[in-house]
Design a protein around this ligand. Structure first.
Ligand SMILES: CC(C)(COP(=O)(O)OP(=O)(O)OC[C@H]1O[C@@H](n2cnc3c(N)ncnc32)[C@H](O)[C@@H]1OP(=O)(O)O)[C@@H](O)C(=O)NCCC(=O)NCCS
Length: 202
């Protein structure tokens, strides 16, 4: 078929050839997002030892294992350098309160995830951190689509995603490692064009 769209009229943002440096810091009004480091495993283990946090994390083990958590954090720098995942510790007043990441990066698509210690819930931190991570994914990494999702019994996470402009898609059954059972999972996606033209926050 004849392609009538001239090459320069591409709807995708330009592919960014230089990978973001691991010394990057993303600052928001109240938070600093910095690439994770291996020593963060201890804080992550503490936060994920809370069932109310980890039951919502489909890929996490409960109770967590410090060894396994340390092994996972040890891989983050290599993932960052290869451009397959960008994982940030969320710091509030120099204390790690959670993490936000964009992983499973392939073909200019990635998956957004986040978790916050329970004592810091309800203060808008997840939204603030996720907003910075989405902006990073589209504007620094050059992704065109972000996917995300949550267990259907986790509507607070859905609020974060909808506020960011994610659109709900299908609900499917997925295995939850933390719960050791299948759960219903609500899928979402967000494109870079929608992000660039989103209305200003109210
Ligand atoms: C989901 C999670 C990250 C949200 O973090 P958070 O910092 O509390 O979220 P925010 O404060 O940004 O709140 C987002 C929205 O949810 C609302 N909210 C937060 N806690 C709530 C609660 N307990 N009940 C009802 N609404 C709540 C907020 O009011 C806000 O909505 P609004 O903008 O309409 O006011 C946090 O609950 C968490 O870490 N849960 C466990 C791990 C997890 O679920 N990760 C996501 C996996 S998909």
């Amino acid at each position: 078929m004849l392609n009538l769209v001239p090459k320069f009229m591409t709807t995708n943002p330009p592919l960014i050839n230089t990978r973001p440096t691991p010394s990057i810091r993303l600052s928001t009004d109240r938070l600093v997002l910095r690439p994770t480091k291996p020593s963060d495993a201890v804080r992550a283990f503490e936060i994920q030892s809370d069932w109310d946090v980890t039951r919502m994390l489909r890929m996490a083990r409960f109770p967590p294992s410090l060894n396994e958590t340390a092994g996972w954090f040890a891989e983050h720098e290599a993932e960052w350098l290869s451009g397959t995942a960008y994982r940030f510790a969320i710091e509030c007043q120099d204390r790690m309160i959670g993490a936000v990441d964009v992983d499973e990066i392939n073909n200019r698509e990635g998956e957004l995830g986040y978790w916050i210690e329970k004592s810091s819930w309800g203060k808008g931190y997840a939204f603030e951190a996720a907003q910075a991570a989405v902006d990073f994914a589209f504007n620094e990494v050059g992704l065109v689509t972000l996917r995300s999702g949550h267990a259907v019994d986790n509507p607070v996470s859905g609020k974060v995603l909808v506020k960011l402009g994610f659109r709900a898609e299908e609900v499917t059954e997925k295995a939850s490692r933390s719960r050791c059972e299948d759960i219903l999972h609500q899928h979402y996606s967000l494109g870079s064009a929608a992000w660039a033209t989103r209305p200003p926050p109210t």
